[in-house]
Ligand binder design. Structure first.
Ligand SMILES: Cc1ncc(COP(=O)(O)O)c(C=O)c1O
Length: 387
């Protein structure tokens, strides 16, 4: 872990900040590119995971496309130099101005999430005098066996169109004159660690694609989304996620034919390269005897634990003893859920010590807020520190 190796250089920096290990990011990108090239799979980076400019410029060097969830994310990707023809755009509630911008940029595909959205895009395409490439985001009703707050492909979820609804509306969809229905898209959830889930997904996709093609659709690509999980428990054991295993599963189970296969990875690309570095402000013990460690970061820098009980491994990287204590690590925000972990065993911690909250590169900075008028967290890059 980078922060531990260079703790003395971090000591005097103003906290809290995100520390990015750009070398690890490069190694991760090399892995995903090499493994995907074996099967000619196309990889998009889900920019929602982290839109830091420096990270984006590194990701662009490796030739990935981008998966966006808003007009502003498309704008960010375009401004960062990504080719619009490699950008896909999903989202249940796309505003008209966002759709107009996507149409104007001639992105690779708009991944549509309702029948009504298809009719709206058809009208906006007519207004622009263009035929627009769209993919049908299908809700395959699969349990991804992950934190229920981040599953997206079960029947009652807001995401995607049910297969049955597509079947019922097939003729209507095909009659929309200003749309090319070029692909099928799905994304069943995030932080998926049980890879057999992807096998089930492929089997469902095979049936869906074959039946829809029998009804006259002709898909150029299947985009199976992202979701590959990372090792939050022991990040040092698995700094680079197992792309090879996921690709092998898809290769063995998805009937590809002459269709392209696309992936949209967020967490697995940037998750492990980021740590949130925070400083201990105070020690305090509650009336019930609970030892609190109050740090200078909070849910405004990293909301995942407060938002959906997500776990991040925490380590004191500058403690001067190996003796440990159990702490509840809390932040500075005026919310009781502003807690990074409970009863965590840390080296005995005192005011001024630095803690690393690990595996925070994805959905950390990009979900930061200015609640309590906190400053947005800064970023520090390993390649600058190593100079
Ligand atoms: C449509 C879509 N694609 C890709 C992703 C990226 O998922 P992950 O970070 O789990 O790879 C998300 C995440 O929410 C998503 O909604």
């Amino acid at each position: 872990m980078l922060s531990k190796r260079i703790a003395s250089r971090l000591q005097d920096l103003e906290t809290p900040f995100y520390l990015y290990d750009t070398e690890l990011l490069r190694q991760t990108l090399e892995s995903v590119v090499n493994e995907s090239q074996r099967y000619n799979y196309k990889v998009h980076y889900a920019i929602k995971a982290n839109y830091d400019d420096r990270l984006l410029s590194i990701i662009r060097e490796y030739g990935l496309g981008v998966d966006c969830a808003s007009g502003n994310e498309i704008r960010k990707a375009v401004e960062a130099g990504f080719d619009p023809r490699t950008i896909v755009y999903a989202g249940v509630g796309k505003r008209d101005k966002e759709l107009r911008y996507a149409i104007e940029q001639e992105i690779m595909a708009i991944n549509c999430e309702s029948i009504e959205e298809l009719t709206v895009i058809d009208a906006l395409a007519a207004e622009a005098g263009r035929r627009v490439d769209v993919a049908l985001r299908i809700n395959p009703d699969i349990d991804p066996r992950t934190n229920h707050c981040i599953d997206t492909g079960q029947a009652d979820s807001k995401f995607g169109i049910s297969y049955e609804e597509i079947l019922d509306n097939a003729a209507r969809i095909r009659s929309l004159e200003n749309l090319n229905i070029v692909g099928v898209h799905l994304h069943i959830g995030s932080q998926i660690r049980e890879l057999h889930v992807f096998e089930n997904m492929c089997l469902k996709v095979n049936v869906i694609v074959e039946n829809l093609e029998r009804l006259g659709f002709n898909f150029r690509f299947v985009d199976v989304g992202g979701g590959l999980g990372i090792n939050y428990d022991m990040p040092e054991n698995e700094p680079i996620p197992n792309f090879a295993s996921l690709f092998a599963i898809v290769h063995n189970h998805l009937h590809v034919g002459d269709r392209e296969v696309h992936f949209e990875f967020g967490r697995s690309i940037v998750g492990e390269c980021g740590e949130l570095i925070t400083r201990v402000l105070f020690n305090k013990t509650t009336a019930t005897g609970r030892k609190l460690l109050i740090v200078d970061a909070s849910m405004t820098e990293l909301i995942r634990p407060a938002l959906y009980g997500a776990y991040h491994n925490i380590e004191n990287i500058t403690a001067d003893t190996d003796r440990t204590d159990k702490y509840t690590v809390v932040g500075t925000a005026c919310e009781s859920t502003d807690r990074f972990d409970e009863n965590v065993s840390l080296r005995r911690s005192k005011r001024g010590d630095l803690l690393s909250i690990k595996s925070a590169g994805a959905y950390g900075m990009s979900m930061a807020s200015r609640y309590n008028l906190h400053d947005l967290p800064r970023a520090v890059y390993s390649e600058d520190l190593m100079k």
